[in-house]
Design a protein. Structure first.
Length: 133
């Protein structure tokens, strides 16, 4: 993705009136240190999860009333569900059997929103972070 963006940005940001789309070209898509394209994963069919019951609720209503500044009820509950799942998997040592990249991150993405990192489990300097002599 970075190589594609280097080429695209070089072509688009060196033309006349390049300033009028600089923010978009430099922010979308973002350059990340990890791959989020599910087509590149070994088992991409497991990356997309649906909740038919929640789709019914969304179509029929029946959700708690929310204020204008509140997050979407269903999306927010999915976020909490995913966070709790991540916390539980970490607490139960589910990732210890994996050969983790450095850094190794767990996170989620909802719809077409930017992916959110929940935890970094293996990062450079992790051993030095603990107190000691």
């Amino acid at each position: 993705m970075e190589q594609y963006l280097i080429k695209d940005r070089t072509e688009s940001l060196t033309k006349k009136r390049h300033w009028n789309n600089a923010k978009h070209r430099l922010c979308h898509p973002p350059v990340t240190v990890f791959n989020t394209n599910i087509a590149d994963f070994a088992f991409p069919q497991y990356a997309d999860v649906g909740f038919p019951e929640w789709e019914t609720i969304a179509k029929n209503g029946g959700m708690p009333k929310q204020y204008e500044h509140d997050d979407d009820y269903l999306n927010s509950n999915v976020r909490i569900l995913l966070w709790n799942t991540g916390q539980r998997l970490i607490a139960e040592g589910a990732f210890k059997v994996l050969r983790m990249a450095c850094p190794f991150m767990i996170g989620y993405g909802i719809h077409d929103e930017e992916e959110q990192i929940l935890r970094v489990l293996n990062w450079p300097g992790a051993q030095r972070a603990s107190p000691g002599p």
